[in-house]
Design a binder for this molecule. Structure first.
Ligand code: SF4
Length: 409
């Protein structure tokens, strides 16, 4: 049997671990500041110019430190990494997509720290934003790959069509296929970040019948990618991932689908503000009913929060003002692979839209993590039923149904 560690000893070991980690971050940031060029825009000046107070910035560093699962003593390191954000050269490629991810990152009614960070990013090549076109754009890309070989981050927006040997997508003055361009750029990049569910998993391009045989970048090229999933994804999940890279010189821990665990480690259902209504069996039965007006749970009108992993409800969209469930529409599962075929079109619980039979059907929709989810939901339902019984209350219909299924298999 292992030796039991006393709380003092445990505390000393934790403190030692974090001291070592802090030292590692400092060494890495020193290296970044020595090796990478000065940022094009000064982050501190930009904060001042945009009216972001010191207090607001400190609040942001606290929130980002916590989001990255680091203790508060890392706040100065996060602040230093934010200042170095603009040093990291980025090549942003567009393949089969709608550019909604870039739009989601760029559109904001007032600048918060994340938006300003994205503004300072050293975009060496971005087809939507750069002024250059044709041969000049291609030269810019080649120059960046040469000047920053092994140092730049390759961000990819959009899926890669594989049909007709990739010829459904030809780009640039030389008419290269998306697959050709991706292979060339990726081979020189320090890391590949897939922005949005199209580049991560294929998304709408790969939805049935998928005539171009589109798929996610990692799958097509057989490489490891960091998947910032979402349709669109949240800018915070991208900035946090880059900050992690700047601090630690490495990518954050990923889940089996390549998504950073710090951002995609929890189920939307578990951090949803409507969750108390789910627990109480209070559901919106149809759009616009009394339950909808009272802000009850959207599960019965098709919310896929129980099958979806991400921080949507915490990070929120539109300058962190709202997110779909808050606005009154259920989650469509856009952080998960294949959601266009399995989750988004069905405005009813997933079991009724597939084979019937409760949350067990989550196992049949081909998602890597939903088996765990289904077990969690069943366990939760049993626990809820027990609580209701203890209180002498009648559990909600869903709770009864799931509890019966758990009991009878
Ligand atoms: S089912 Fe949807 S609305 Fe209901 S608690 Fe879960 S995530 Fe929130």
């Amino acid at each position: 049997m292992g030796k039991v560690i006393g709380s003092d000893e445990y505390g000393r070991r934790v403190a030692k671990h974090y001291r070592k980690l802090m030292e590692h971050c400092k060494v890495n940031l020193d290296r970044i500041e020595a090796e990478y060029p000065e940022p094009f825009l000064n982050f501190k000046e930009l904060l001042k110019e945009r009216g972001v107070s010191r207090r607001a910035f400190l609040k942001w560093t606290s929130a980002m430190t916590a989001a990255l699962m680091l203790p508060p003593l890392f706040r100065p390191v996060v602040a230093r990494a934010a200042e170095a954000f603009g040093r990291l050269p980025v090549v942003w490629l567009h393949f089969a997509e709608c550019t909604g991810c870039s739009e989601a990152f760029l559109r904001c009614s007032y600048p918060n720290v994340d938006d300003i960070l994205l503004e300072t990013i050293s975009l060496e090549y971005h087809e939507t934003l750069m002024a250059a076109a044709g041969y000049q754009a291609e030269q810019n890309l080649e120059k960046c790959m040469q000047d920053f070989a092994g140092k730049f981050i390759c961000v990819i927006e959009g899926a890669l069509p594989q049909g007709l040997r990739g010829q459904y997508l030809r780009l640039g003055p030389k008419g290269k296929t998306g697959i050709q361009i991706a292979k060339e750029v990726v081979s020189k990049a320090a890391a590949v970040v897939c922005i949005g569910s199209c580049s991560a998993f294929g998304n709408v391009q790969a939805a049935r019948p998928n005539p171009t045989d589109a798929a996610g970048v990692g799958k097509v090229l057989g490489i490891k990618t960091v998947n910032i999933a979402g349709c669109p994804p949240n800018g915070v999940n991208f900035t946090g991932t880059v900050l992690h890279y700047l601090m630690f010189g490495d990518l954050p821990a990923l889940d089996p689908l390549g998504r950073p665990i710090w951002a995609y480690g929890k189920r939307i259902h578990d951090v949803c503000e409507r969750r108390p209504h789910y627990d109480a069996g209070e559901f919106v039965e149809e759009w616009g009913d009394a339950g909808a007006k009272k802000g009850w749970c959207l599960y019965k009108v098709g919310c896929k929060g129980p099958y979806t992993y991400g921080n949507c409800g915490k990070a929120r969209y539109n300058d962190a003002v709202s997110w779909p469930v808050m606005a009154g529409h259920g989650c469509i599962g856009c952080y998960e692979p294949g959601f266009w075929d399995t989750m988004a079109p069905f405005e009813k619980p997933i079991d009724e839209s597939t084979i019937g039979g409760g949350d067990r059907t989550a196992d049949n929709i081909g998602l890597a993590l939903t088996g765990v989810t289904a077990a969690g939901i069943a366990a939760h339902a049993v626990a809820s039923a027990a609580v209701h019984r203890k209180k002498g209350e009648a559990p909600g219909k869903e709770t009864v149904k799931a509890a019966q299924e758990e009991k009878h298999g």
